[in-house]
Design a protein around this ligand. Sequence first.
Ligand SMILES: Nc1nc2c(ncn2[C@@H]2O[C@H](COP(=O)(O)OP(=O)(O)OP(=O)(O)O)[C@@H](O)[C@H]2O)c(=O)[nH]1
Ligand SMILES: [Mg+2]
Length: 277
Amino acid sequence: MGEPATPILPMAFFVGDFNVGKSALINALLRSPLLSMSGEESRSLPTFVVAGAAAPEVLGYSRRDRRSQPMTLDDFAGLRGNNGRAAKWNALAASVPESPFARLALVDTPGMSSDTLETMQIETLSHQEQALLVLVADIEYWFAKHTMDFIAYHQQIFKRSLMIVANKADLMNASELARIQEKAARRMEDYGIVPAPAFHVLSARLELVRRAPHDDARRKTKAKVRDMCDISFDRFRLALYEFERRCPGEDAHLPLTSVLQSPLAASFLAQQDGARV
Ligand SMILES: Nc1nc2c(ncn2[C@@H]2O[C@H](COP(=O)(O)OP(=O)(O)OP(=O)(O)O)[C@@H](O)[C@H]2O)c(=O)[nH]1
Ligand SMILES: [Mg+2]
């Protein structure tokens, strides 16, 4: 109503099964443990993370009155899983100085079961050209049929705006990793996933402590595996920068409330609501 239209921010949606490391990947990109990670199934709230000023800012989008409300970092951190307090909110947003992306919002989404091809109901996202889908799989399940079904399904919707991450590569040995990497495109194409999307085998865990070479997780991982994971993570990071660069727009930080109001976020949240009914 007389206000300037909210700009459409590019957004990378991290999507995948429970516990595959969606939140860990975003934390690794930020190199900061902003989002809670857990080994248990948790329907975490969709969380939009953008770059912001010196001090972090967080807010919740209230389910009842559809308004954004500021919250403290402690409250934000306490909203793990789908506990009673989380039910009040539809989504969370955070702006943090650690984000290396000028405009790209990193969107953590609730885990879902790829086994049953549960989806996020994202068939009709408006401004889909500004959205990148980062499909995250646990590398342990790379050879499972449901992993391929999951990719095939989302590729039909997202065409080329799709990227695959096989996470937890630190749990494999170097020759297994090399074999998976080498054959990934062929495996997807054999499955009818054509053209095969970009594929990244990496480790969020190792990346999170990349600047801490004496950290146990890095020390206990074989050098060859570590190097493969680091190189692969750098490529993944670069691919996200390239996506951001391809999306039109200015590099100015928006107020956090307008992140959730941007048409792409709004259409994502509307569909999530529908999915929960
Ligand atoms: N070994 C290993 N473990 C990881 C890696 N990334 C994440 N994890 C662990 O996997 C578990 C799940 O990580 P999360 O980031 O919470 O996974 P998620 O996909 O966000 O899970 P939900 O939000 O519950 O769907 C945690 O215990 C993490 O510490 C990794 O690269 N290597
Ligand atoms: Mg999570």
